[in-house]
Design a protein around this ligand. Structure first.
Ligand code: 13P
Length: 252
């Protein structure tokens, strides 16, 4: 199982900036991408084609979408369909990102509907989960994360291919704050998620679903995080915007 090194560019970069960063990243990783790692860049929709062009013919570099609406097509002004992401070259898509839950108001049920729809449409889905600071202080990490997993995966078949699904554990208090969960907190949360996945998908497939860590991942902490049990990759925001820092994370 390759470690998935994912860059979530959020609402940053117009096309020329995205194109330049993607080309710079591809050049830095040319011949240097470790065998056991896979790179995923998740740019804003308007830059998907440009990043796809910069990655064309480069093995190990994939493209993903940040969001979609769970319908094939239709009168959904402002939304984007899975087929449009696939058409733009995406293999992956995010669901349940903290900013979609807490800024844009998506609830557990809608996240579950989207996760199932995205998988059925042929995308690999990265379901994001994670507790808020007040939930951690109240000792509710397991309750919150397992609730998000149960709802997020409620509609998908038990025999889903494990390589089509990944979970990103992103504690909300660590996103964009410079605060990273400590190795013990990451290890505990990822072990809890692994146990839940094995309960849901069985020992074989449950062990093969990748669990990424996200929240202030930087070149200086990536190596430590990637060395923790059940950390099968990272989902990086701020430090993925520059090719220099993201390529240092990818090779950490
Ligand atoms: P930061 O790396 O900026 O904390 O963002 C994490 C994140 O939300 C990735 O999806």
């Amino acid at each position: 199982m390759k470690k998935l090194m994912a860059a979530n560019w959020k609402m940053y970069k117009v096309r020329a900036e995205a194109s330049a960063t993607a080309a710079d990243l591809a050049a830095r990783l040319d011949g240097k991408l470790p065998e056991d790692r896979e790179v995923l860049v998740i740019p804003p929709f308007t830059a998907l084609w440009a990043v796809g062009e910069a990655f064309a013919g480069k093995p190990g570099l994939s493209l993903g979408g940040q969001d979609f609406y769970p319908a094939k097509e239709g009168a959904f002004t402002g939304e984007i369909a899975p087929a449009m992401l696939l058409d733009a070259g995406c293999r992956y898509v995010l669901t349940g990102h903290s900013e979609r839950r807490h800024v844009l108001g998506e609830d557990d049920a809608f996240v579950g509907q989207k996760t199932a729809f995205g998988l059925a449409a042929g995308l690999s889905v990265i379901l994001c989960v994670g507790e808020k600071v007040e939930e951690r202080k109240a000792g509710q990490v397991e309750a919150v994360v397992t609730r998000q997993l149960a709802a997020g995966l409620s509609e998908i078949p038990t025999d889903v291919l494990p390589e089509k699904l990944a979970i990103a554990y992103e504690p909300v208090w660590a996103i964009g704050t410079g605060l990273t969960a400590g190795p013990k907190e990451v290890e505990e949360a990822h072990a809890m998620i692994r146990a839940w996945l094995i309960g849901r998908f069985g020992p074989q497939n449950g062990a093969l679903v990748r669990i990424l860590y996200g929240g202030s991942v930087k070149p200086g902490n990536a190596g430590t995080l990637l060395g923790i049990d059940n950390v099968d990759g990272v989902l990086v925001g701020g430090a993925s915007l520059e090719a220099e820092s993201f390529s240092a994370i990818v090779t950490a």
